[in-house]
Write a protein that binds this ligand. Structure first.
Ligand SMILES: Nc1ncnc2c1ncn2[C@@H]1O[C@H](COP(=O)(O)OP(=O)(O)OP(=O)(O)O)[C@@H](O)[C@H]1O
Length: 258
């Protein structure tokens, strides 16, 4: 990120975000700022509150308190139609399990094309051409445009989910364990692809993961969570190479269960 980018206002500004499950804390008093074109990694062991935080931002869960300002509006209190419009146009969500982000009984081309149609595209030829282009961009043979995701491998399904999310040119992508559950070699390829797309498209992204390797490759900045709270934050290299908090030190040395 250069000095010019830093001087812009944050794209997303979160203050005091809190979510409880009955008496249990999901996440508490989380503050974060995300600048345009920046990738923020959120790491922590299982149960640290990463997914809860992301789900509140995405509107999948209702937060109990706090604000999340995007384009001058608090997305935590957006009326449902506006929230849906945002999710269709400006934001994308990449689920850990591709089947949660895809329509499994619709063709690959349909999965990508229906996002375009939801954004107002109407011309069949253009939609199909764009879908083919996006399949190629995520390294799926465009000849498979009429196949269903259920005929794809796990890695291909995840790449299709990414194409579906990015085809509308969002400004912000929320990713929950995007490489989770995939073989190591498949993960590496997916990470390379994601890194290339994020950089080329200048996307801002929040990546939740328990995998330090993922954030080392993708994230400009890191936030470390424990028991629902942020315990350390900073530039990725600084946090990983010179962790200040004892918990981060354990996490980086992979002593903690993930
Ligand atoms: N639906 C739920 N009902 C009750 N408690 C929940 C629920 N979902 C999460 N929690 C609790 O909230 C806390 C944070 O969980 P969360 O899933 O956000 O953590 P996480 O870091 O994303 O972990 P994981 O990587 O395992 O998903 C944990 O104590 C968890 O037990």
């Amino acid at each position: 990120m250069n000095a010019e980018t830093m001087s812009e206002a944050p794209l997303l500004s979160v203050r005091g975000l809190t979510k409880r499950y009955g008496g249990r804390i999901g996440c508490a008093e989380v503050d974060l700022d995300l600048w345009p074109g920046e990738v923020l990694g959120i790491v922590g062991e299982s149960g640290s509150g990463k997914s809860t935080l992301l789900a509140c931002l995405a509107g999948h869960l209702e937060a109990d308190g706090g604000t999340a300002r995007y384009d001058g509006r608090d997305v935590l209190t957006l009326p449902e139609p506006e929230r849906r419009r945002l999710a269709r146009t400006d934001w994308a969500f990449v689920h850990q399990h591709a089947r949660d982000g895809l329509r499994m009984n619709v063709s690959a081309g349909g999965n990508v094309g229906e996002r375009l149609m939801a954004g107002g595209a109407r011309h069949y030829g253009d939609i199909r051409a764009t879908a083919e282009d996006w399949l190629a961009r995520v390294e799926i043979d465009p000849a498979r445009i009429d196949d269903r995701p259920s005929q794809f491998s796990g890695g291909m399904q995840q790449r299709l989910q990414i194409a579906r999310g990015l085809v509308t040119g969002p400004r912000l992508v929320l990713m929950d364990e995007p490489t989770g559950g995939l073989d190591v070699s498949v993960q590496a390829r997916l990470l390379d692809l994601l890194r290339g797309l994020v950089r080329r498209m200048g996307l801002a992204a929040i990546v939740v993961t328990h995998d330090i390797g993922v954030v080392r490759l993708l994230a400009d900045r890191l936030m470390v969570m424990k028991d629902g709270r942020v315990v350390e934050a900073g530039l990725t290299d600084r946090v990983l190479d010179d962790p200040q908090h004892g918990y981060t030190q354990l996490l980086v040395s992979s002593v903690l269960p993930t």
